[in-house]
Structures are given as structure tokens and as C-alpha cells.
Design a protein around this ligand. Sequence first.
Ligand code: NCD
Length: 317
Amino acid sequence: MLLGLQHLLGIETLTREQITFILDQAKPFQELQRNPLKKLATLRGKTVAIAFFESSTRTRISFTTAASRLGADTMNLQAEASSLKKGESLLDTVRTLDAMRPDAIVIRHSSSGAPEFVSQRLEIPVLNAGDGTHEHPTQALLDALTIRDRKGSLEGLNITILGDILHSRVARSNIQLLSKFGTRITLCGPAMWIPRELESLAPNVRRSFSVEDALSGADVVLVLRVQTERIHEPSLAPEEYILCYQLTPARLRLAKPEALVLHPGPMIRGLEIDPAVADGAQSAVLEQVTNGLAIRMALLYHLVGGAPPDAPHPAKG
Ligand code: NCD
């Protein structure tokens, strides 16, 4: 149990205390990534089912690696190579996996709400690895850990989120999380991707359609992937997006001098982000990936292991 949590379905329903607890618990697992020996035996004998009904590189590998570094086995479902292709329903597929008795299930699905639906029907912990345009809670947690490490605290920061906010579960989870810590959030991108309703997602959220305005004074710039299938003429040509919204070195200079650049990946270099920014000193993109492992290990450790709060320090155990 994780401060009363049985599943990780989204950030919206978490309290600030629960989020802080998860971020604090990730600390020893961050240390562990620096050790020559990275494997623990904490979850030996446990099995984590990884059911991805949508393609993924980093999130899938990160969850699989996190489980294996805790000593757990994994059961992998890959949508492209499964009976889903033959028309099996989500519920039948997860019930089949469940019948092999995993101790938790990690789900990515293109439908918003799929992990919650499954959590109401299975007895084991469910972890949301991204559902439709709804939430991607582990991504927001790893982003928060990265920001907290670099900035000392989340409190009072100016965060700018750049891109297709409307279709982004990463943006939604980040908005939910960061607003609980009193940050000021500016959403910026083409008007069609930033409807007014987004301002009512959480307190202290505003929209801006000028990238110069949105970046000025930012402590953190979160750049989202532009989905190439959503960017075409006549509504929006890629050249127009690049011209108006790409994060370039010149634009980044409008933010605070030490502003941090985040991107959840996969990055489309030359579209939403200039390669000089992606690889620049202010980019924390690879740190985000490493922190993803620590966050997912902390979550599996607590949700699957059910470790009591006074359990031995995992890095030393
Ligand atoms: C994101 C996702 O799939 O939601 N990627 C990720 O998990 N790191 C973002 C994206 O695909 O644009």
C-alpha cells in the first residue's frame, strides 16, 4: 500500500502528500541506478504483467527494467503480436493475463479510462502507463522528480507547456501534479490545441498564443511531441508550426537563464524542438529517462511489495 493507494490510475485524485511521498521514495532508487550492481531481490517471486495495447519504447522498457531490477519477473503483452489482432476484448485479454496470477498489471491503452475499468474488475494493483488523452501519471511523477532535483522545489515555479496540449496525456498529468504545488502554468501552442476549457483543469493555469510571451520568465519549459498525423494543411503546416512554436536557442533565451527543458520523448528533432536545445546544457531529457526508472521502481516496490513504511532502506537492503 502506498499511503492508502491500491492502484496508480492518475494524478488528479492523488493528494500532495501522496505525490511527495512517491517522489521521496524514488530517492534511494535514483542512487541505485548509479551502483555497479543494480539488482535487488525485494520482489523476488513476484510477477508484473506489462500489457501495452499501444506502441511504446521508453515507458515499456522502463517498467520492464524497473520490475526486473526489483527482482520480479515480467509477463509481456504486445498488442501487435497478440490476440487483440483477432478481435479479443480488453477485458478478456486482461482476464487471461490475470488467470496466470501476476501480482500487478501495468496498462497502456488508447482509450481514456481503460486502466480504471480494469482496476474495477481485477483484484491486483493496476498502474496506468498512459491512457488515451487522459493521464500518464508516471511521466508526470518523473518530470516532477527531475524538476525538484534541479530547482530544489516545485513551489512557486513558472512552468510553460508547449505544443498540442489538447491531445496530450503528459500535459494533463503534469498540469494536475504541478498545480497541486502552487506553480504557475502557461499553456502555449496553436489555438486549436489549447481550448479555453483547459484553463479550468486546475488553478493557476493560463493560455498564451505567443511563444515569446509564454516563455518569458519560465523556470521550466516542457515541450510536447507534435503528432505528425495531426499536423497538415490546410489547418496547420509543419513549416508554420516550426516558425511559430519550435523551441529554438533564441526563444529559450527569453526564459530564465537556468530554465530547464523537458521532453517526454519521442522527440521529433527539427519540428517541436531545435536539436541545439534538445542536446543543450539546459536539457534534462536523458535525466528524465533515468528518473523514470526510479519512479517506477518506487511505485512497484510499494504497490506490489506492500512494504511497511519502516522497511529497510531498499538501496542498502
Ligand atoms: C508519451 C506518451 O506516449 O504519452 N511518451 C512517453 O510515454 N514517454 C508522449 C508522446 O508519445 O508524445
